[in-house]
Design a protein around this ligand. Structure first.
Ligand SMILES: Nc1nc2c(ncn2[C@@H]2O[C@H](COP(=O)(O)OP(=O)(O)OP(=O)(O)O)[C@@H](O)[C@H]2O)c(=O)[nH]1
Ligand SMILES: [Mg+2]
Length: 312
């Protein structure tokens, strides 16, 4: 596991430092984690999917054995994504998000996760599951939050366009200036963190601004952040769901809101609503029609309103 090149990232002093109670609680948790996990923490992989049936086989076969729980958060795919996931990994938990967008998908997946560590990665083949160990190692060494970076030595991208790269860098510089961080890659979907950090990250946004919101809130909460190099591959099949202009504006709005909004911060009692396809239905073979098996979709667990919405 090569984690050379890690950069410890801390917000500059003076910006909403965490309370001493929180800091000592975090120190205590870190000490306990280092002690407990000389053995091994449990790891949940959260994978959002929107019409990724053709890509999932490439991604799931590369998940390392150390991943104890796999959560696929489906965004009401119209292809065979759910059927393919169940066929390839009958042990996977399939969660249905309650709203639209990648941010909401991650919020639902995080809320469903049961592992000590959560890793978020994409289903289109861009993020390489074999890199997961290099995200876990700094967490075990004491970090709270580990983010991938395509711009560090050892990282890179075959997928990002010039326009997106430029936008990402400009937005990254803005965040670094406004929040005193030293991030080298703001909008990248490969991250890992201890599940105990969820209240601080408090993912409550819907769209592609989610990584920015997570990165900013991690810094605001004074979490110990480490960047690791990551190589982003080309999406294997299908089309991107991201629009540089529309989603760039969403990211900018989120940054400004996080910095200047006078609205109260996220409250701890908010939880995303999600529904889960129960694990009891049998292995489903991939339908030739590329359609989702609707009988499986009816077999869900979850609270009534969220289930109704998720299946609507
Ligand atoms: N559940 C769910 N997943 C989504 C949604 N939008 C995107 N995703 C997934 O989030 C991951 C990243 O989305 P992409 O469309 O690849 O966006 P991107 O990686 O920023 O863009 P590219 O670099 O062009 O691929 C993929 O696994 C998508 O299937 C959504 O609304 N709901
Ligand atoms: Mg992608």
């Amino acid at each position: 596991m090569d984690i050379r090149g890690d950069t410890r990232l801390r917000p500059r002093a003076g910006y909403r430092q965490p309370t001493s109670e929180h800091a000592s609680r975090t120190r205590h948790s870190r000490r306990r984690e280092r002690r407990d996990y000389r053995t091994r923490p449990t790891v949940t992989a959260v994978v959002p999917t929107l019409n990724e049936a053709e890509n999932l086989p490439h991604v799931l076969k590369k998940l390392p054995n150390g991943v104890n729980e796999l959560i696929i958060v489906d965004g009401h795919s119209t292809d065979a994504t759910v059927a393919v996931a169940k066929d390839l990994r009958p042990d996977a938990r399939i969660v249905l998000q309650d709203r639209r967008g990648k941010g909401n998908a991650l919020a639902c997946g995080f809320a469903a996760a049961r592992g000590d560590i959560i890793v978020a990665l994409d289903a289109d083949g861009s993020t390489d599951p074999e890199e997961i160990p290099s995200f876990i190692a700094p967490l075990i060494a004491g970090a709270d939050f580990v983010k991938g970076s395509r711009y560090m030595k050892g990282g890179g991208s075959a997928d990002i366009t010039h326009v997106r790269s430029l936008g990402n860098r400009a937005l990254g510089v803005s965040v670094n200036l406004l929040f005193g961080t030293h991030y080298t890659d703001l909008c990248y979907g490969y991250n890992a963190f201890w599940r105990r950090c969820l209240p601080q990250l408090h993912v409550d946004c819907d769209g592609f601004e989610v990584e920015t919101v997570i990165n900013v809130r991690a810094a605001k909460a004074g979490l110990e952040i480490v960047e690791v190099p990551s190589y982003e591959r080309d999406r294997i099949h299908g089309l991107s769901n991201l629009s540089a202009w529309r989603d760039g504006r969403r990211v900018l709005r989120a940054i400004l809101q996080e910095r200047f909004s006078r609205l109260p911060g996220p409250s701890d009692d908010w939880v995303p609503q999600w529904a889960e396809l129960s694990g009891v239905f049998a292995r489903v073979s991939v339908p030739a029609s590329n359609g989702v098996d609707d009988s499986a979709r009816r077999d869900v667990v979850g609270s009534e309103p969220s289930v109704a919405r998720a299946l609507a």
